[in-house]
Design a protein around this ligand. Structure first.
Ligand code: ADP
Length: 618
């Protein structure tokens, strides 16, 4: 919470200062009417004392009773008017302050989260991240807006009133003030107890968000599997868990807040009894001196104003603990170390200077918790050449390609582009040099144009159309209701799979990278679409170094180098013809794809059978 103010509050300090100062004055001014009332009773209405006010020189004060009356009225009205103005300024100050801090915290946390490496996104659930960026950030704002003002009010009121009480009657003040340490002890107990409960509550809100977010993403599967009832049940469970966590907090609140009010009430009652006895029968017990009626009325008013905010301290502490749990989650997200980050002295590789030579040198890699996925992978691709990765599912083909883009960093060995280790290259330059066309085409909600120009924001209309033509997409885009300005729905749901694929090829074409990573689609499309896509891909890979995760034999056949991956390493490599000429995994896979399983070596068939069993288990 300190960091929240130091880091995010500081740039907006003047708003906070405005709010704090106006609330200081506002609270002080609000104390004027009861003070004046007490003085007026004794000096004006009863008329047995002279008109005195704390901190005000006697020369300014009225001397006759009628003067005293008008003076009192003027003071009370003046105090009320200033109080209204100050309250307004204070509200504006706190609102602006809290909303601006919310904005900065949110954008910063988003930026930090976005910069994290893929392994974070593999583990972290989207709903949790969403709930941090939404609910937790909003929680902080409510605290800053509502509660910081409350704290100022509490401090000012309590100190000022304690001062006034002591000024009015130090002995009687002692009776009232005994409540303070009791209330403080009770508050400390509450804070300690509620803190862990708030942590689990925030977590459960994230879990619920995750559930709902997952279900929205999988709505098609839910509907086609008729699992609506099952999913409603799971959302109900998550919601109920969140309810139970909330209830645990609320139960404690309902013990704490009335407890505070009760203690404060007792303090008031005791003050009433002691003061009342004093007026009726003279100073009780150890007390000495006189107590005037007006003085006592003010005293009671002030005591009331003293205990109310003290009892309200419960709300403040509660909101503080809630905000603290949220701040922990937000800063935990911002402070995560970035494993795949920019090098300290990044080497620039301007886009038009990339030749496109790729070298993998004894590369080893494993996902954090798993055993190594790849070991000892070495190969070189010259500019403009194509390397195809083939091998059984799970052999590490995609992983090998992701390492080139630095979605993950190698554990050992190195990957070089144009002779420079990718870890030394500027990340932006690397990712501009290497284009990626994946199997799952992701399109953003927006128009065709926005999706095509994504990442190549300054491309002209003509360049975009040229890219779309080359990707065999121009024709179908032109037939859409608004052409390039047609909105294509979230994730591009309003387009067919083949259309989405061609748009993503056009997108890569427009970005014009020297190196292309291509994950060929496994799902079969109709022959005509296939033909279009193939032509689009041929146009795209023309003249670029291409790393392709190959599923089509035509691709493999055309590749300059084929790497056959199996069991964590390169089992075989060579050109298609070379590989086919010798017995091995490649010849086997080729045989299976060609529908020819006769004459396969028995050991290989056995191995493949074992693999499919174990993957079924896994
Ligand atoms: P391929 O592309 O050849 O099918 P992958 O490179 O996708 O294979 O996967 C290689 C291995 O790494 C598999 O065992 C897979 O389960 C594992 N794997 C893939 N992605 C991740 C990930 N994000 N986290 C942990 N393990 C992963």
């Amino acid at each position: 919470m300190t960091r929240l103010f130091a880091q995010y509050g500081r740039p907006e300090w003047y708003l906070l200062a405005l709010a704090v100062v106006t609330s200081l004055f506002g609270r002080t001014v609000a104390l004027v009417p009861p003070l004046v009332l007490g003085v007026a009773i004794d000096a004006v209405f009863v008329g047995n004392t002279t008109y005195t006010l704390p901190l005000v020189p006697a020369a300014w004060l009225p001397t006759t009773r009628i003067e005293g009356l008008w003076f009192s009225v003027a003071l009370v009205v003046g105090a009320l008017v200033s109080s209204v103005l100050l309250t307004w300024a204070q509200g504006v100050g706190f609102s602006l302050f809290s909303n601006r801090v919310q904005h900065r915290v949110r954008v910063d946390a988003y930026e930090a989260m976005q910069g994290l490496d893929m392994s974070f996104f593999d583990d972290k659930q989207t709903g949790q991240v969403m709930s941090i960026l939404n609910n937790d950030v909003r929680n902080l704002k409510s605290f800053l807006n509502g509660t910081v003002g409350g704290v100022v009010q509490l401090l000012v009121t309590v100190t000022a009133i304690a001062g006034i009480l002591v000024y009015l009657n130090a002995q009687l003040a002692l009776v009232t003030l005994v409540a303070v340490p009791l209330l403080a002890t009770f508050t400390v107990w509450f804070m300690r107890t509620v803190r862990p409960l708030y942590r689990t509550l925030r977590q459960s809100v994230g879990d619920l968000n995750t559930r709902i977010e997952n279900n929205l993403a999988g709505i098609e599967v839910i509907k086609t599997s008729s699992t609506e009832g099952f999913e409603t049940g799971r959302v109900e469970d998550a919601s109920w868990a969140s309810y139970l966590r909330t209830w645990a907090v609320v139960k404690l609140e309902y013990l704490y807040q009335p407890g505070m009010e009760l203690m404060a009430g007792v303090a008031f009652a005791v003050t009433f009894v002691v003061g009342g006895l004093w007026l009726v029968t003279g100073p009780p017990g150890p007390f000495t001196g006189t107590l005037l009626v007006g003085e006592f009325v003010t005293f009671l008013f002030m005591t009331q104003r003293f205990v109310d905010p003290l009892a309200g301290a419960g709300r403040i502490v509660n909101s503080y603990e809630n905000a603290r749990a949220s701040a922990e989650r937000i800063f935990d997200l911002s402070d995560r170390p970035v494993l795949v980050g920019e090098s300290d002295s990044p080497v620039a590789l301007p886009r038009d200077e990339v030749a496109g030579r790729i070298e993998y040198d004894d590369v080893a890699f494993g996902y954090r918790t798993e055993s190594p996925v790849l070991t000892g992978v070495s190969f070189t691709v010259e500019p403009g050449e194509t390397v195809a990765f083939v091998g059984p599912t799970g052999a590490g083909k995609s992983t090998l390609a992701k390492l080139l883009l630095r979605l993950y960093d190698v554990d050992a060995g190195s990957i070089r582009v144009d002779g420079i280790d990718v870890r030394d290259l500027s990340l932006v330059d690397l990712r501009r040099a290497v284009g990626y066309v994946g199997q799952d085409v992701y399109l953003f909600d927006g128009t065709v144009r926005e999706n095509l120009q994504y990442g190549a924001f300054d491309a002209s209309h003509e360049e975009m159309v040229a890219a779309a033509r080359a990707a065999e997409a121009h024709e179908f885009v032109s037939r859409l209701p608004d052409g390039y300005d047609t909105r294509i729905g979230e994730r591009g749901v309003k387009l067919s799979g083949g259309q989405r694929q061609r748009l993503s090829i056009a997108r890569a074409m427009l970005q014009d990278p020297a190196i292309l990573v291509l994950d060929e689609a496994t799902s079969s499309v109709d022959t005509e679409t296939e033909l279009y896509i193939q032509r689009a891909l041929d146009a795209l890979t023309e003249g670029r170094t291409t790393v392709v995760i190959a599923h089509r034999l035509s691709t493999v056949r055309g590749a300059d180098l084929v790497l056959v991956l199996d069991e964590g390493g390169v089992a075989e490599h060579g050109t298609h013809d070379e590989l086919l000429a010798r017995p091995g995994l490649y010849a086997t896979l080729w045989g299976i794809q060609a529908g020819d399983t006769d004459g396969l070596p028995g050991a290989l068939l056995e191995r493949l059978a074992r693999r499919s069993e174990s993957s079924a288990d896994g």
